[in-house]
Design a protein around this ligand. Structure first.
Ligand code: 6GU
Length: 234
């Protein structure tokens, strides 16, 4: 997968691409990541990329020319252009799977008060990471890129994605490691029993319980199978 981030702050992504699993995914060529400064594309003699709002109002807007030229210069025929904006579709794990199907994406990050509306006609998808406002799209782009990259084959080898929170529409069950007792808190006996089927049932039940208590909205959306419905009613 190729990811090109268009941003005024390409250095923002340095620690993201130089740390842990994402660094390894790049080193092992699972992902080709670059961040490009769209200021490099401005034709303005003072290098500006923003201007005042037509009709008046506070703040500045990103102008069409540098951004549209940066998109055109960095896209191929099949590139998906994603704009990070609080007005976008809410990001969830299903959306991450969808977007991670693309072999080539451009992720556009805004700053200041936002984008000239006409830029949106050059964009395939607008994505928001939640109902709160950030100073810029860069932090949101890191979230989106991390979630997409980790889904690629070979990036994560130690765990299966199917057990992750949200993959099956439920929150993850509680997990423990040694010691068996820590400051009076014990690992549940069943996890030490070696009885795999009972452990599987306990984990599913705890997943449902945690989801019911913390995120009932997820249960409303999920189609429970027979076993899950039975556990929920217990
Ligand atoms: Cl994608 N951008 C900004 N600036 N704020 C946000 C966001 C994105 N998602 C939630 N808040």
């Amino acid at each position: 997968m190729k990811i090109t981030v268009l941003t005024l702050f390409p250095e923002f992504f340095d620690s993201f691409t130089n740390t842990s699993i994402i660094k390894r995914a790049i080193d092992n060529k699972h992902v080709d990541f670059s961040s490009v400064n769209f200021r490099d594309y401005t034709l303005d003699k003072h290098n500006n990329v923003d201007d005042t709002v037509c009709g008046g109002g506070a703040g500045m807007l990103l102008t069409c020319q540098p951004i549209v030229d940066a998109i055109k210069a960095n896209r191929q025929k099949d590139t998906k252009v994603i704009m990070m904006t609080p007005q976008g579709a809410p990001l969830n794990q299903q959306k991450v799977h969808e977007l991670a199907q693309s072999d080539d994406v451009i992720v556009l990050c805004g700053h200041y008060e936002g984008f000239d509306e006409r830029i949106r006609s050059y964009v395939d998808e607008e994505i928001s990471i939640g109902d709160y406002v950030l100073t810029g799209g860069e932090t949101a782009a890191v979230v989106l890129c991390d979630a997409m990259i980790r889904l690629h084959d070979g990036v994560i080898t130690t765990t299966s994605h199917e057990d992750d929170s949200y993959e099956n529409g439920l929150l993850e069950y509680p997990q423990y490691t040694r010691p068996i007792e820590f400051e009076g808190q014990k690992v549940p006996d069943i996890l030490l029993s070696g009885h795999h089927e009972n452990i599987r049932k306990w984990r599913l039940k705890e997943s449902i319980r945690k989801t019911y208590l913390r995120r009932p909205d997820l249960l409303d959306k999920k189609e429970l199978n027979k076993e899950e419905s039975k556990l929920l009613s217990e």
